[in-house]
Ligand binder design. Structure first.
Ligand code: CP
Ligand code: NVA
Length: 330
């Protein structure tokens, strides 16, 4: 890579533990300031006159709204390009699109199917590329998730997130959101127990990514895998899940719904599994009733709507680091 190659955010794996911590802490700082009516000096007009291209080949509520909102907060122009708006994929190659888009914009935020698509865009782009979800990773979601977990107890006197020793239980499909969550957990010293049905476990390639992430951490969080939801839930502080049918897997719906039977998160399951007294529930959304009962999803332990809002603060933090500060995370 040339010394002028931009720095991209394709996965939480691209960040050191200290950088991930800083992104989350900055998101928290900006959230506090902006909610009290103060746009920090360093953000004000930081992207004035600049365009951020958003190429989305799949639907989105949170990622689109938070990214557009974040660009506007920084004074820039978000240019949303859905799959029917541009030539990409139909009339034009990824290479040509990457070169052309990056010659006229300051960053590309891309939601793709195969991860290789966003990796290829990054390879040929002269501006930073941020992954807005691929089949392997969802880094913007995970920054928001750690903000959601940490913000309750975040103290300005410490430089860590204070999450070491915590335990997350993921009950459901081993998917893109889980992979980046597990990478982040390893880096931040958070243990993660993953319960999937047989045949839906973490692929070996992703296990390796998670263990490489652990190797970057001063005190890595441990990964535990099982096919029994109760085993994952034991002593967990946080129960988390996601849809059993990710975008692009719609044809497998019937098969998946059958395979995941018994994996719905309910209060009864949490109790049977022995989650901590104080457990809370997270979900990246969109949510379907099969993976979590209404009573949990809308109940007092659920932090899902704060988690969704945190996507905005995380997007601001990520754009500041990767676009305004060109990959210098401070
Ligand atoms: N969590 C998330 O990425 O939601 P959207 O698909 O609505 O962007
Ligand atoms: N795993 C889901 C996440 C959506 C935000 C999907 O890829 O569809």
């Amino acid at each position: 890579t040339s010394p002028f190659a931009p720095r991209h955010l394709l996965s939480i794996a691209d960040l050191t533990p200290a950088e991930l911590t800083t992104l989350v802490r900055n998101a928290h700082k900006h959230k506090t300031a902006i909610k009290s009516g103060e746009i920090p000096q360093s953000l004000r007009g930081a992207l004035t006159g600049k365009t951020v291209a958003m190429t989305f080949s799949k639907r989105s509520t949170r990622t689109r709204i938070s990214t557009e909102g974040a660009v506007v907060t920084l004074g820039g122009h978000p240019m949303f390009l859905g799959k029917d708006d541009i030539q990409l994929g139909v009339n034009e190659s990824l290479y040509d699109t990457a070169v052309v888009l990056s010659s006229m914009t300051s960053a590309i935020v891309a939601r793709v199917g195969p991860h290789s698509d966003v990796a290829d865009l990054a390879k040929h782009s002269s501006v930073p590329v941020i992954n807005a979800l691929s089949d392997l990773y969802h880094p913007l979601q995970i920054i928001a998730d750690f903000l959601t977990i940490a913000e309750v107890n975040l103290s300005s006197s410490s430089s860590t997130l204070g999450l070491e020793g915590m335990k997350i239980a993921w009950v459901g499909d081993a998917n893109n959101v889980l992979f980046d969550l597990a990478v982040g957990a390893a880096k931040l010293g958070v243990d993660i127990a993953v319960a999937t049905p047989k045949g839906y476990e973490i692929p070996q390639q992703m296990r390796e990514v998670i263990s490489q992430a652990a190797a970057t951490a001063p005190k890595a969080g441990k990964l535990f895998e099982t096919n029994v939801p109760e085993e994952a839930i034991k002593n967990a502080d946080i129960l988390v899940t996601d849809t059993w049918v990710s975008m692009g897997q719609e044809e497998e719906t019937a098969k998946r719904l059958a395979a995941f039977k018994g994996f719905q998160i309910t209060s009864e399951l949490a109790k049977r599994g022995g989650a901590k007294e104080t457990w809370s529930f997270m979900h990246c959304l969109p949510r379907h009733p099969e993976e979590v009962s209404d009573e949990v999803f809308y109940g007092p332990r659920s932090v899902v709507f704060r988690e969704a809002e945190n996507r905005l603060w995380s997007a601001i933090s990520a754009l500041e680091a990767f676009v305004v500060n060109k990959g210098k995370i401070q």
